[in-house]
Design a protein around this ligand. Structure first.
Ligand SMILES: [Zn+2]
Ligand SMILES: [Zn+2]
Length: 128
């Protein structure tokens, strides 16, 4: 299997450390600040996912680790994230991905309690 390696050294948009692909997942993690770059396709698997709301660009946009373009400012529920439309990836600072899952779970109108547990305590931290 060939992994999703696009470049050998993709810099973390927050601290510049090379981010590392997470095995078997459509995401990358910064070993230094523990931020995560996630493919939109993976986020869209979250139950209750309704997509992004695009905000006005900030004065200091993050640079996409994969293509070096400025990332767009987006929100999911109330949480601000950074999104590269070219690569369809989202940058989440440390802990932000968990907050997104929690916020979506709370926001969802119909939630199966078992799936809520899976969302809240599910699979995000399994690679560490
Ligand atoms: Zn970092
Ligand atoms: Zn990009």
């Amino acid at each position: 299997m060939t992994g999703p390696y696009r470049e050998s050294s993709s810099p973390c948009p927050r601290c510049g450390t090379a981010i590392a692909p997470v095995k078997g997942r459509s995401k990358w993690r910064c070993p230094s600040c523990v931020g995560t770059l996630v493919e939109e396709a993976e986020l869209s698997l979250i139950r209750g996912w309704t997509g992004f709301v695009v905000r006005a660009p900030t004065d200091t946009p993050l640079e996409c680790p994969l293509c070096a373009d400025d990332m767009a400012s987006v929100t999911v529920v109330d949480i601000a994230l950074d999104y590269c439309a070219r690569d369809r990836v989202v940058w989440c600072d440390s802990g932000e991905l968990g907050r997104v899952r929690t916020a979506i779970a709370k926001d969802a109108l119909v939630v199966d309690p078992r799936s809520l547990v899976a969302i809240l305590f599910g699979s995000d931290g399994d690679a560490t």
